[in-house]
Ligand binder design. Sequence first.
Ligand SMILES: C[S@@+](CC[C@H](N)C(=O)[O-])C[C@H]1O[C@@H](n2cnc3c(N)ncnc32)[C@H](O)[C@@H]1O
Length: 361
Amino acid sequence: MADRNSEHEADFEKRFNEVAQSGYTALSVAIGSATGLFNTMAALGEAKTSQEIADAAGLKERYVREWLGAMVVASIVEADSERDTFYLPASRYRTLCTTESRGMLAILCEGLPVMCEVYKDLVECFKKEGPNGISYLKYTLDPPFIEALAMTFLGGKPPKDLTNVEQIKRLLETSSVVLDIGCGRGAPLCFMARDFLKSEFHGIDVAENCIETAKCRAESMQLKNVTFHIGDALESVERQDWRSKFDIVYCRDVVHDMQRPDLFLKGVKNVLKDEGYFVMVEITAHGKPAKNMDCPVAPHMYAASLFRCLPMSLAGNGESMALGAMRGNERALEMLAEVGLKCFLSEKADTLNTAYYCKKN
Ligand SMILES: C[S@@+](CC[C@H](N)C(=O)[O-])C[C@H]1O[C@@H](n2cnc3c(N)ncnc32)[C@H](O)[C@@H]1O
């Protein structure tokens, strides 16, 4: 880490201006990603006027022209001032728009509007007399953002963090019963149900709108081996009718959102069969902020935790562990050990996450 203590005032000012300007650029990038403008420019493949770009994207020229301005001053789009044309160099496609339809890093920028949506609520939460947290119902932009992120990781296939582990893949290929807790809009589960026809899949999520979308997805894919349920994670592992029902319980990017992750993890064993597997996927991080300096997406992850995960976990009545997404890999392992879930493997699942593989017995 660079020694920042001896940094000159003017150098900090310059560095800080880059931070502030990048924030504004990222917000405009989110617009380009969400409206498909990067894809349109990549498909056009050559310099075009704002009118031609707007027409190709099916958007209003005046807005597109303003957005192009933001992209030009950030050196994301190149401009020819004489001809009044704009051009996206091919070397920038992969970052901005070629994974499925949108680039992974451009999608990360779409997390900013998710945060803007609750900005005022979060300011109130900081105040001593303010509310404890923010209900997940307020995050209307969160499900499509999370889904877009999931889609870039999945690439139309079942989650690699399950299929890469031989014992789990073998179970999926036979006739296992699988539960995805906090399944969101259901893409991972539907891809599994499509590819592992002998197995039976269940997804549960507290967000009704997510489950509605998941059901539509399953229907449009004509899947007969997947069922979606609306419900709370903790209640799901306490269900009597689900006792010892599942061979695999999968929980991706959810545990840190919970009010009482300790009670949830304790309950997971109830719904697992004796030889069942619990796969928990959580943000890769160190518990101490200074140890995350080398992680290129750490600012995004801390902001996501501050604006989303932490206030969501504090929104309910009663005590909350207020874990936050960045509590660290060591703490995740400790929590699993505390409830007697034996973690036999933990490894990086993707650029953001670590997967923890546990067996009940
Ligand atoms: C970050 S998203 C992850 C979605 C999905 N697992 C994925 O990886 O794409 C977290 C999901 O967990 C759900 N969730 C949060 N707390 C929950 C709880 N207590 N019970 C059930 N679902 C919950 C949210 O509604 C959201 O869909």
